[in-house]
Design a protein around this ligand. Structure first.
Ligand code: COA
Length: 210
């Protein structure tokens, strides 16, 4: 039996999330994908090529009895959409691509998406709507709080704490045991060698505030 699901956000990452759903269904029919919800003007041609349609704006979740997942890279936007969905009593799905690696004794929060080749090892704890993009690695005992985004190829070392809404840029590295403060962004390619304060943007090697 399959469960109905919608993706909120029909942009680039939303279409990547559809890839995850299709890969899961190819392994075992799991989800009945109804369509996207989007508050903007997504590329209709690209959606048509995926035989997908936009069912309405995010507020249409009020009338669609389905699981939802948020295909939007911005943690701030995910916070807003999650609150809206909760107000309608909707439940977020957890999507783990069959080619993702999930180690032992891990906790995945509702709404989390693990793309192909994302890897989490052992004793990792993830909050709500965490996004792990292709090829990122999350080491042992890492805590990723709600709405964290890890972009492609980033490496988060063991015992790191990523606070709510943190973004780790593509190919960035966070060294072992460090904390990245709430709402902060680590730029693409940066190497974080000391703790990052709240609401900071850090870039470079070693990473320094922008
Ligand atoms: C760090 C980041 C958040 C800065 O974004 P921004 O605030 O819009 O900054 P700007 O693009 O205006 O750049 C400001 C300055 O920082 C520099 N800069 C931007 N990103 C940088 C990075 N990752 N490393 C080093 N320097 C960077 C720019 O060259 C510019 O320098 P200048 O003032 O000397 O010209 C962004 O560039 C980034 O790396 N985001 C990560 C997201 C990511 O990986 N996305 C991948 C999606 S698949």
């Amino acid at each position: 039996m399959t469960d109905p699901i919608v993706i909120v956000g029909a942009g680039g990452f939303g279409r990547e999330v559809l890839d995850v759903i299709e890969a899961l269904n190819a392994t075992r029919p799991t989800w009945d994908f109804l369509g996207f919800l989007d508050d903007g003007a997504p590329d209709e041609d690209l959606l048509h090529r995926r035989q997908a349609k936009v069912l309405g704006p995010s507020g249409a979740l009020a009338d669609i009895d389905a699981h939802y997942v948020i295909g939007i890279g911005s943690g701030e936007v995910r916070i807003r959409i999650d609150a809206l969905a909760a107000s309608f009593g909707r439940k977020a799905a957890i999507l783990v691509h069959p080619w993702a690696n999930v180690g032992s004794d891990t906790e995945l929060g509702e709404g989390s998406v693990l793309c192909a080749f994302a890897s989490i090892t052992t004793h990792v704890t993830m909050g709500r709507h965490v996004q792990l993009n292709p090829g990122c690695t999350i080491g042992h005992d890492v805590v990723l709080e709600d709405f964290v985004t890890v972009f492609p190829g980033a490496a988060v070392s063991g015992n790191v704490l990523l606070r709510r809404g943190v973004t780790i840029g593509a190919r960035a590295v966070v060294l072992r045991g460090l904390e990245v403060g709430q709402g902060s962004t680590v730029g693409a390619g940066a190497v974080v060698v000391r703790p990052v304060r709240r609401d900071e943007i850090v870039v470079g090697v070693p990473a320094r505030p922008l």
